[in-house]
Write a protein that binds this ligand. Structure first.
Ligand SMILES: *[C@@H]1O[C@H](CO)[C@@H](O)[C@H](O)[C@H]1NC(C)=O
Ligand SMILES: *[C@@H]1O[C@H](CO)[C@@H](O)[C@H](O)[C@H]1NC(C)=O
Ligand SMILES: *[C@@H]1O[C@H](CO)[C@@H](O)[C@H](O)[C@H]1NC(C)=O
Ligand SMILES: *[C@@H]1O[C@H](CO)[C@@H](O)[C@H](O)[C@H]1NC(C)=O
Ligand SMILES: *[C@@H]1O[C@H](CO)[C@@H](O)[C@H](O)[C@H]1NC(C)=O
Ligand SMILES: *[C@@H]1O[C@H](CO)[C@@H](O)[C@H](O)[C@H]1NC(C)=O
Ligand SMILES: *[C@@H]1O[C@H](CO)[C@@H](O)[C@H](O)[C@H]1NC(C)=O
Ligand SMILES: *[C@@H]1O[C@H](CO)[C@@H](O)[C@H](O)[C@H]1NC(C)=O
Ligand SMILES: *[C@@H]1O[C@H](CO)[C@@H](O)[C@H](O)[C@H]1NC(C)=O
Ligand SMILES: *[C@@H]1O[C@H](CO)[C@@H](O)[C@H](O)[C@H]1NC(C)=O
Length: 413
């Protein structure tokens, strides 16, 4: 080892000893809210030989501002406060080497660079010039931070997934402590859970359709004197969801029918029309027009002419998350056909029922005839069943004779 090397090691060791013994730990920079308080977290080291001189009764802490001259730059003396000194308190125990200090009623005069000085027992007198703390007085509080946590790590959340919005804020000294509150636009009911002592507020919920494009705002409120000082941050949620048919309608005039379907989905869905189960292409017979009502809603209409004879019309919306469809009753020929069917069914039913009753009546009558040989026409006329006849005419036996065919038809249909 050369002399130079030895010297280097010696200097290094000396530096190590020196720095370990006489350093101080301070935040380099602190923001303080005007009108509020400021806490300087501080611990210091002294040379071992002075340990016994640092006593609870003797230890005195000083703060010097913007310079190290003990007289001219002194702004705080823990033992002997001066009228022009800052209001404050060393809340740490100096004999435990804790110089944590609070200054109250912060104003712009607190802006500056602070040096700590310790004195005790007449022998220990030291100003820590190496490490300083700079206080920066601000008029409005710093913004809280709103972050989105989701189960899957995505910017856009899927409907049904758990969403956790966390608002956290740097705590500045204040009494009472600041509070965090949530709000949203458009307004939706919010259930929040917070752990206020850490100044963290979580808003946990399951992402739903209605949370899409909702802006969540977290506000931090400091109550200072008679004023509230606030700052806020916000996040806008984007929820992806499977399509939903949000509205559908149809109208027909003359021999033309127009069907309209609105589908809502995120990402924006595509919409197809199916006639008798087959996709329809845009043509002069089947004219399709589409309109985007918003970033998530698509409206499509199809114009059909009477000449088309199809059994069903369906609008089908899909996106990457799913499909939705709506079935329409075809209103032109098929509508008439369906009314025709209902009428024929009703008529057939009524006629059939009448026939069955008459048939049963006739069988009973035949039975009676065989035993009593009574007047069959009179018996039918007096039967209550006759009141069902719209014409008000009595039933005739020849009608009853047809009933076997009518009953068979009813039974087979
Ligand atoms: C002093 O410095 C040493 C070494 O850099 C470090 O371990 C120690 O924590 C420091 N002490 C304080 C009070 O900051
Ligand atoms: C400081 O401590 C040393 C060693 O414990 C002691 O000898 C000395 O008297 C103390 N000085 C004062 C002023 O108390
Ligand atoms: C300073 O702090 C100590 C300990 O926290 C407390 O007992 C004392 O009342 C405080 N003094 C002032 C002026 O606030
Ligand atoms: C110093 O004292 C303060 C109370 O004023 C306390 O919050 C802090 O934890 C103490 N620091 C250490 C290192 O003991
Ligand atoms: C909210 O969700 C976060 C992240 O999933 C979790 O750490 C936190 O404990 C939840 N809070 C409540 C009250 O459920
Ligand atoms: C300050 O905010 C609190 C709630 O954080 C509220 O109760 C109080 O009315 C507000 N004061 C003023 C002056 O706005
Ligand atoms: C959300 O925050 C941004 C910037 O922080 C701001 O410009 C915007 O107006 C805020 N939006 C709402 C709804 O508060
Ligand atoms: C009905 O449809 C035919 C073609 O199918 C067309 O020529 C005629 O003008 C239409 N009538 C009305 C009233 O729209
Ligand atoms: C259908 O075609 C017409 C012109 O023939 C056009 O104006 C319309 O935008 C088309 N519709 C779609 C959905 O492409
Ligand atoms: C919708 O479905 C059709 C056919 O099933 C498919 O070609 C198309 O890519 C789908 N669109 C989306 C956005 O998933």
């Amino acid at each position: 080892m050369s002399v130079a090397e030895k010297l280097c090691v010696f200097v290094f060791l000396l530096q190590g000893v020196c720095c370990r013994k006489l350093n101080i730990s301070l935040p380099e920079k602190i923001e303080a809210l005007s009108g509020s308080c400021v806490i300087i977290k501080c611990t210091f080291e002294i040379e071992n030989k002075y340990d016994t001189n640092l006593t609870e009764s003797d230890a005195t802490g000083f703060w010097l501002k913007d310079g190290t001259d003990t007289n001219n730059h002194q702004v705080f003396n823990s033992r002997n406060p001066k009228p022009d000194h800052f209001q404050g308190n060393i809340t740490g125990n100096l004999h435990e080497k804790n110089c944590t200090t609070v200054f109250y009623d912060v104003s712009s005069k607190h802006n500056g660079k602070y040096y700590f000085r310790i004195e005790s027992g007449g022998v220990l007198k030291y100003t820590y010039r190496e490490n300083t703390c700079t206080i920066n007085v601000i008029e409005s509080p710093p913004k809280p931070t709103v972050k989105l946590y989701v189960v899957q790590d995505q910017e856009e959340v899927l409907e049904g997934s758990s969403v956790s919005l966390r608002c956290s804020a740097e705590t500045l000294c204040s009494s009472p402590p600041p509070t965090l509150t949530w709000s949203s636009t458009p307004r939706i009911p919010l259930s929040e859970s917070s752990r206020q002592q850490e100044l963290i507020s979580d808003l946990n919920f399951t992402a739903a359709h209605r949370h899409h494009r909702v802006t969540f705002t977290c506000t931090i409120t400091y109550q200072i004197l008679d004023k509230n000082k606030t700052a806020q941050d916000n996040i806008t949620l984007h929820v992806q969801y499977a399509p939903q048919i949000s509205s559908s309608s149809n109208c027909n005039s003359g021999n033309v029918s127009v069907y309209v379907c609105e589908v809502d989905g995120n990402p924006s869905p595509e919409l197809e029309w199916h006639l008798s189960g087959r996709p329809v292409t845009n043509s002069s017979d089947t004219f399709i027009s589409e309109e985007r009502l918003s970033s998530t809603v698509l409206r499509s209409s199809i114009t059909l002419y009477e000449s088309l004879t199809h059994t069903s019309l369906q609008c089908v919306g899909n996106n990457t998350h799913g499909t939705a469809s709506q079935l329409f009753q075809l209103n032109l020929l098929s509508q008439e056909a369906s009314w025709f069917n209902i009428y024929s069914f009703l008529i057939g039913g009524v006629v059939g029922a009448v026939m069955v009753i008459l048939c049963v009546t006739m069988l009973i009558y035949k039975q009676i005839c065989r035993t009593q040989r009574g007047d069959k026409t009179r018996l039918i006329r007096t039967d209550g069943v006759g009141s069902l006849d719209n014409d008000g005419e009595p039933f005739y036996v020849n009608k009853v004779m047809m009933s076997s065919a009518g009953a068979a038809r009813l039974g087979s249909s």
